[in-house]
Design a protein around this ligand. Structure first.
Ligand code: ZN
Length: 279
């Protein structure tokens, strides 16, 4: 079995790479679990000062796995980030609520709180669940071919589980992004303040490496405290409460879909979601 997340350390930088390129790095729980292990490995290594997250192949990540042969949505898994009880055998809305509270929301919050600086290095697609991975990193550097989209309103759902949209885009752009469900190109994402830099595809890695090397010269504890200071400020501006409130609406939508059509993502699939961001 190939590694779902590649892990390399060069100097003070750990390079993590999502590694399901044949499926645009679609995130199943196996991949998220491997990513969590990689992040924790980087935290435990005193030689690592900065972590970079990227995707192998043509895309950063196309989001949660809604249709590959490795989709593991109905499988039980050991808790990853929270003390929630086992979910897979639970009835009604309970299974999805508990599963996503741990594997999606719980992991995102854990990664956002990692005590070392993290950089998302984004190329190609960064869609839906992909946004969550990029947003919980401290910095986002994108290549000029990168694009961002959250088409899940098509599923009748108000955005992905980690609902940071109004904070990273501003309320007005967040509505446009979600209502239209189309692509936001890297330049536009930069103009909204959602990402830090846009660089040519061929210099993406060098640019990120230079940034990471410079950050790595700062004192470790100073960086950890700076990160905490800004994350705490963001939470006091309402991020944490907004994400909690929307998580309930998100699961009302999953439950509604299941009641109305017996399909918790509203009968959508990879093709229909792809079409939404291509039109
Ligand atoms: Zn969901």
């Amino acid at each position: 079995m190939t590694d779902l997340v590649l892990y390399e350390v060069h100097g003070p930088v750990a390079w993590l790479q999502l590694n399901r390129p044949e499926f645009a790095n679609a995130q199943n729980v196996a991949l998220l679990s491997a990513l969590d292990a990689a992040f924790l490995r980087a935290m435990a290594d005193d030689a690592v000062a900065v972590v970079v997250l990227s995707g192998a192949g043509k895309h950063f990540t196309a989001g949660h796995d809604i249709g590959t042969p490795g989709r593991d949505i109905d499988k039980p898994f050991d808790r990853l980030a929270t003390p929630w009880y086992p979910h897979a055998d639970k009835p009604g809305a309970e299974a999805a609520f508990v599963r996503e509270a741990d594997a999606y929301l719980g992991l995102c919050r854990r990664w956002r709180a990692l005590p070392k600086p993290t950089i998302a290095m984004v190329h190609g697609a960064c869609v839906a669940g992909g946004l969550m991975l990029a947003w919980v990193c401290d910095l986002i550097v994108a290549s000029d071919d990168a694009f961002f989209a959250d088409p899940v309103v098509k599923m009748g759902i108000p955005g992905v589980e980690y609902f940071a949209h109004p904070f990273v885009l501003g309320p007005r752009k967040a509505k446009e992004f979600l209502y239209l469900g189309g692509r936001m190109k890297a330049d536009e994402a930069l103009a909204t303040g959602m990402i830090n830099r846009v660089v040519p595809r061929e210099s993406l890695r060098d640019e990120v490496a230079a940034m990471a090397a410079r950050i790595a010269t700062m004192p470790r504890f100073g960086l950890a405290l700076t990160k905490m200071a800004i994350n705490q400020a963001e939470d006091r501006m309402g991020l944490r409460d907004a994400v909690d409130a929307t998580y309930g609406l998100h699961h009302l939508a999953h439950a509604h879909n299941t009641l109305a059509s017996d399909n918790y993502i509203g009968g959508q699939d990879v093709q229909s979601m792809k079409k939404q961001i291509e039109d």
